[in-house]
Design a protein around this ligand. Structure first.
Ligand SMILES: Nc1nc2c(ncn2[C@@H]2O[C@H](COP(=O)(O)OP(=O)(O)O)[C@@H](O)[C@H]2O)c(=O)[nH]1
Ligand SMILES: [Mg+2]
Length: 449
């Protein structure tokens, strides 16, 4: 609590109905008292956690009408004295009030510094602090839901549970090391093995790498195929807007075109590509190279065929090379068909095949259903933050290594591994976090949170 007092504009830049300036630290109330003038019969100091109406003033000069509140330690977000001033939400007003707070002794807050203080003062663990940021920046319903679960402590509770079990194993192991006469090697190793295997199982169950990636990054879909197959028409139909230019001239799309839709609360990032073909046009060539790049990084590929004509050798070859990440779309089903789904399956049984028409959106329903299946998530995923998954992966590595030491029963080495696993898990909740880790986590935050 002996830190300086920080101040920041907590609302986003731009004009809004109201804007909020927030201060936290030992001087917050003094500064508030110096610049806030209660209206009517209002008096200072303010009642704790009651909103008061008045104006904010620099000496004789009124800066704005405002509402103000003091939340005294420890009953605040940071567990320090927090003062908030709600003014009208104009950039100039907010900056004037912020500058005033700074002139009276506050310092501009770093990104995430309020939340960092909440963490350092023991109000929330690190995974909850990160949940706050995920919540603010959530770009889909699923990311939002997972942030809420994390904020309610799902991640911390789970990790601390695992960590407690790990402590017990460490205690058992310490006993083996200290009293080798009383505990036989078989007993010691046997007890540890069962415990380790259970821990590894629990941790693995909580990790769904693919699901976590879907929640965070969304699903990347690349639409590919020969020129004029209907790729851009399909992108437009899926987006419900005329995003890419469509003509009957092959080579119309020369650069990649992106669009985004939400499905089941997951972001779907669609990339329409230039048709993959040999070309002399230098611009189209670059486009083809970008298409190939988009194809490499795609989670899912929609390979579009013009169903009104026979696929050429290039197309056949591409279908044969694809894997189960590919859905072949036989397009232009409104025209007389020259291709059947069976023929495609014969070329490659791994791919899924659908017949569609980009000019009649009804035919896209089965495609959307297929996509829904691909993004279905476990109901309550425990770990979704990339940082947490990385720490769990490291912890699992140490636990496996400890398991391996049981073969030769080298309890000292097992103890070292268990310690390292414990430290990795501790990074998730912040029970074991150094300054560098905190800097990394909080630098992703916005100022004022
Ligand atoms: N009849 C019919 N024409 C289509 C369909 N999809 C696309 N087209 C037409 O095919 C031509 C090429 O479409 P476009 O989307 O630009 O193909 P791209 O080169 O693969 O991007 C345009 O004239 C479209 O109107 C479809 O489902 N049915
Ligand atoms: Mg196109």
């Amino acid at each position: 609590m002996n830190q300086d007092t920080i101040a920041a504009i907590a609302t986003p830049p731009g004009n809004g109905g109201i804007g909020i300036i927030r201060m936290s630290g030992p001087e917050a109330e003094r500064i508030l008292n110096e610049i806030f003038r209660p209206a009517g019969n209002g008096t200072l100091p303010l009642l704790n956690r009651y909103l008061a109406y008045g104006r904010v003033a620099d000496g004789e000069e009124t800066l704005d009408e405002c509402m103000a509140v003091i939340m005294r330690a420890p009953g605040s977000y940071t567990r320090e004295d927090v003062a908030e001033i709600q003014t009208h939400g104009g950039t100039i007003v907010l900056n004037r009030v912020l500058q005033l707070c700074i002139a009276r002794g506050a310092r501009l807050a770093e990104p995430g510094e309020f939340t960092r203080r909440a963490f350092l003062n023991g109000r929330i663990d690190l995974s909850r602090a990160e949940a706050v940021m995920s919540l603010i920046s959530a770009r889909g319903e699923q990311q939002y839901q997972s942030a809420i679960r994390q904020m309610e402590g799902g991640t911390a509770d789970f990790i601390r549970g695992v960590s407690d079990e790990l402590y017990q194993l460490q205690a058992g192991l310490a006993a083996c090391i200290d009293y080798p006469e009383e505990i036989s090697d078989e007993e010691g190793a046997g007890g540890l093995k069962a415990g380790l295997e259970r821990l590894i199982r629990n941790l693995k169950e909580a990790v769904d790498e693919q699901g976590a990636r879907l929640i965070h990054d969304g699903l990347r879909i690349t639409i590919c195929g020969t020129p004029n197959a209907g790729k851009s028409s399909l992108l437009n139909a899926l987006l419900g807007q005329e995003r890419a230019i469509v003509t009957n001239i092959p080579g119309t799309t020369r650069d990649t075109v992106d669009g985004e839709i939400m499905l089941e609360g997951i972001r779907i990032l669609l990339t329409d590509t230039a048709g993959l073909r040999e070309t002399e046009d230098p611009i189209e060539r670059i486009g083809v190279a970008r298409s190939q790049q988009a194809l490499r990084s795609a989670d899912l590929v929609l390979l579009v065929l013009d169903g009104s004509r026979q696929p050429d050798e290039d197309e056949k070859e591409r279908i044969r090379q694809e894997t189960d990440r590919c859905i072949v779309l036989i397009n232009k089903s409104d025209l007389p068909q020259e291709v059947t789904e069976d023929e495609i399956h014969e070329m490659n049984p791994a791919v899924q095949v659908l017949t569609v028409s980009a000019i009649s959106t009804d035919t896209l329903q089965p495609l959307k259903n297929l996509l829904r299946e691909r993004i279905r998530l476990d109901d309550r995923m425990t770990l979704t933050q990339p940082r947490h998954l990385e720490a769990v992966r490291r912890a699992l590595g140490y636990l496996h290594s400890a398991l391996a030491t049981l073969e030769t029963w080298t309890p000292d080495m097992a103890a070292t591994d268990l310690q390292a696993a414990q430290a990795a898990l501790g990074e998730i909740t912040g029970d074991r976090a150094d300054e560098k880790l905190l800097d990394r986590v909080f630098s992703e935050f916005c100022v004022g949170k």
